[in-house]
Ligand binder design. Structure first.
Ligand code: FA5
Length: 351
């Protein structure tokens, strides 16, 4: 086949230039070959070569322009139209192909060296406080306590009134509480709120623990944080005494801190218990047995029973509340409560 005088490629229509159909056939061939070569161009270099060959100033499309001179006046519009169509198709397909190739390149990313050692994936574990909570729940469950829950955003009734804390009591001072902006709500300061919520909806007798976060605007130091956890215990039945209270605390101490652990209660005051006491437990701290203060306890005050509709003549009960961070800190020898909440994985993965 002779070489096209316009394109410089083998081209049958060029042998007979006189008819419109052969001109159009030439353009069809240009389009078909161009698209096929474009499809085969697989990298930026090949693409650029193709652009120069077809769309460049000395490319095949430019070379086809003089064909217009060869056609008769009445055929010019048809050839011109087809010429524009081929040009548009090649230009647009080139653009799309270029985008596809560069997107593919971005996806494939840098070359991977499969022989390089991988990045070690650290094994996660539960936070030491979550694990302590699980252990505490398990021990009290064995002693017949079920778990009760209550909201962290509380109203004044459950945080104060029903707990026999009068309206003018200093414990209600805004400086000691995180109050919300409206409707006398606050972040609960103690899990004793759950005593009230449980008794309001449950008839006695009952035996529950409540575990959760409590909030106080205390200054942060080695033993105080503004958010911490408490475990609350409440046992209501007929003829419950301080002996039952101390026995339960003792059983917990032995189960959690091991044989040799002891419990001591010292007179104290809480508005919702009468009598009230501080709870100390004797446990091993750095190999030595020591007394550590963990919380408060007492016999449920008759005013609390009245607030929830229990008859104080018929029912008696004990309650206690222990700080969970303090328990975990002693057990694991953690000197500073702040370390528990800094979330430094190097510290947390020790436990
Ligand atoms: C109470 O919160 C009472 N509700 C406990 C109670 C329950 C008494 C039932 C009687 C009957 P207290 O304010 O002492 O008590 O707190 C109990 C424990 O929470 C403390 O002994 C301590 O272990 C822990 N605790 C208190 N404040 C903080 C704090 N800022 N950071 C960490 N732990 C704290």
């Amino acid at each position: 086949m002779p070489t096209c005088s316009l394109s410089g490629r083998p081209c049958y229509p060029c042998t007979i230039r006189s008819t419109l159909s052969l001109m159009l056939e030439h353009l069809d061939q240009l389009e078909t070959t161009g698209l096929a070569e474009l499809e085969a161009a697989n990298d930026a270099d090949a693409l650029e070569q193709w652009r120069i060959a077809y769309l460049g100033s000395k490319g095949l499309l430019k070379a086809a322009m003089p064909m217009m001179k060869e056609v008769s006046k009445e055929d010019k519009p048809a050839v011109g139209k087809r010429l524009n169509e081929v040009k548009k198709t090649l230009e647009e397909t080139f653009k799309t192909r270029k985008e596809t190739l560069s997107a593919g390149k971005a996806d494939s990313g840098p070359t991977i060296d499969v022989t390089e050692p991988g990045i070690a994936c650290g094994e996660g574990r539960r936070h030491i406080i979550s694990r302590t909570i699980d252990e505490i729940i398990e021990i009290f469950a064995r002693m017949g306590f079920s778990v009760a829950y209550g909201p962290e955003v509380e109203d004044e009734w459950h945080n104060f009134n029903a707990l026999n804390i009068p309206a003018d009591h200093p414990a209600r001072d805004p400086i000691d509480n995180f109050y919300m902006n409206h409707e006398h709500l606050l972040l609960r300061t103690q899990t004793s709120t759950v005593q009230i919520r449980t008794m309001e909806k449950t008839k006695p007798p009952l035996k529950i623990i409540a575990i959760g976060r409590v909030y106080r605007p205390d200054t942060h130091d080695a033993t105080h944080f503004s958010m911490f956890h408490q475990v609350e215990g409440l046992y209501v039945d007929r003829n419950v005494t301080m002996v039952d209270l101390k026995t339960s605390l003792f059983q917990f101490a032995q189960a959690y801190f091991g044989e040799g652990a002891e419990v001591r209660i010292r007179p104290s005051f809480f508005p919702f218990t009468e009598p009230s006491a501080e709870v100390d437990m004797k446990m091993k701290v750095k190999g030595k047995w020591q007394w550590v203060e963990l919380g408060g306890c007492g016999m449920v005050d008759p005013n609390v029973f009245e607030a929830v509709g229990y008859d104080p003549e018929e029912w008696t009960g004990y309650a206690f509340g222990l700080g969970i961070e303090r328990i975990a800190m002693r057990k694991y020898g953690i000197a500073d409560i702040r370390w528990l909440f800094e979330n430094d994985a190097r510290f947390l993965r020790q436990f």
